[in-house]
Design a binder for this molecule. Structure first.
Ligand SMILES: [Zn+2]
Length: 367
């Protein structure tokens, strides 16, 4: 359940960005975006393992790093909410406070209990833990008893599938059925052990498609979380929420501070919505409609994970920027991100948007 390719591609992406540029955040696309003041965004982080960096460097933070993160949130007066609480506030009239952060933890590893829980309890912070039900009780994983106790302590339990499968490996017309069959298996487990089905879902390995999002909507899920860097925004797609991945190489305070200070590049439409790359559309073209009221459009830059170059064609329509971005060369990794960044008008802040691409024929990262 390690997401090595993803982290390696993220690593490559981070190397490509000049340090002076800082890191900024962005929402997924949506067609019904409203202009949002700054309090309409949430910075969410994904963790997997804690204190397991020797075995799992691509998905673990050290205990000291995690403590530093919590200490930063505490000393800088951040409000730390579960993802469900944060979304409640984001979509309320009032919006969230500017300093709102979410700690999310995928897979449900045992080190959550052993190494993260004592610190979270010390600081009084909740977290949202996404559980893959087939693995509960296995070596290295939380037990249902521990998950029940975590829920009693105020932690939010989300769904991370039953079998942690790569659903996009199925032929396109079979994705929805395979996803729904797995969802039903996870629901049976959640009902049996927790008495209810979660309201939030995190896609295994962060790989999602519109077909999967439609199944989640059919089962009344409130949101689906992806694994692409960026800031959750009120105008973004609730079924492809961005989160910043944390691992030992990118969890140092400088990197954490840059991410907690990022802003959402307000994309109001992304075409295509599907992440699937086919031989005919490789490298894929992405068209984004971007609100320009907060950014300096002259500073817009594109990046492709895996160190490829990219080109943008920028025009204007209905007071929005229309940006077509495309890598110069064909994508070769299973997962690739196109990322756009822009500075604020005065250059003091940064804005970010990432779009995921998946080539299902490529092998998933090693488990
Ligand atoms: Zn996972």
């Amino acid at each position: 359940m390690l997401h090595k390719t993803f982290f390696y591609t993220m690593a490559a992406l981070f190397f490509l960005i000049p340090a002076a540029a800082g890191f900024t955040g962005a929402p997924a696309a949506d067609r019904s975006s409203a202009p949002g003041p700054k309090q309409e965004q949430i910075r969410a982080f994904i963790y997997h393992h804690f204190g397991m960096e020797d075995q799992y460097p691509s998905t673990s933070v050290s205990v000291d790093q995690f403590k530093d993160h919590l200490d930063y949130l505490d000393t800088h007066d951040y409000t730390v909410l579960t993802l469900g609480q944060a979304l409640d506030r984001l979509f309320s009239e009032k919006g969230v406070s500017e300093k709102t952060a979410v700690i999310s933890i995928d897979d449900g590893y045992r080190s959550v209990w052993d190494n993260a829980l004592p610190l979270l309890e010390k600081y009084g912070y909740p977290a949202t833990i996404f559980i893959a039900t087939a693995y509960v009780g296995g070596d290295n994983y939380l037990s249902w008893d521990q998950i029940q106790q975590l829920r009693k302590k105020g932690f939010e339990i989300g769904n991370h599938s039953h079998g942690h499968a790569y659903f996009l490996n199925k032929p396109k017309e079979e994705i929805a059925d395979a996803f729904e069959a797995d969802l039903k298996k996870s629901h049976a487990q959640f009902r049996r052990h927790l008495g209810h089905v979660p309201e939030l879902y995190a896609y295994p390995a962060g790989e999602y498609s519109p077909e999967m999002a439609d199944v989640l909507k059919k089962y009344d899920y409130r949101a689906g979380a992806a694994q692409k860097s960026g800031v959750i925004h009120r105008g973004g797609d609730r079924f492809a929420l961005p989160r910043f991945p944390m691992n030992v190489n990118y969890a140092e305070m400088e990197s954490f501070e840059e991410k907690i200070g990022m802003n959402a590049l307000e994309v109001t439409k992304a075409d295509p919505e599907s992440p699937l790359v086919t031989p005919k559309n490789n490298p894929p073209a992405l068209e984004l409609h971007i609100r320009k009221n907060k950014i300096n459009p002259d500073g817009l830059q594109c990046f492709v994970s895996g160190e490829k170059d990219c080109k943008m064609e920028i025009s204007e329509k209905n007071k929005e920027l229309v940006v077509e971005v495309r890598a110069d060369d064909a994508l070769t990794s299973r997962r690739t991100l196109y990322t756009l960044t822009a500075p604020s008008k005065d250059g003091s802040e940064w804005f970010w948007y990432s779009h995921s691409w998946v080539i299902p024929e490529k092998k998933p990262p090693q488990q």
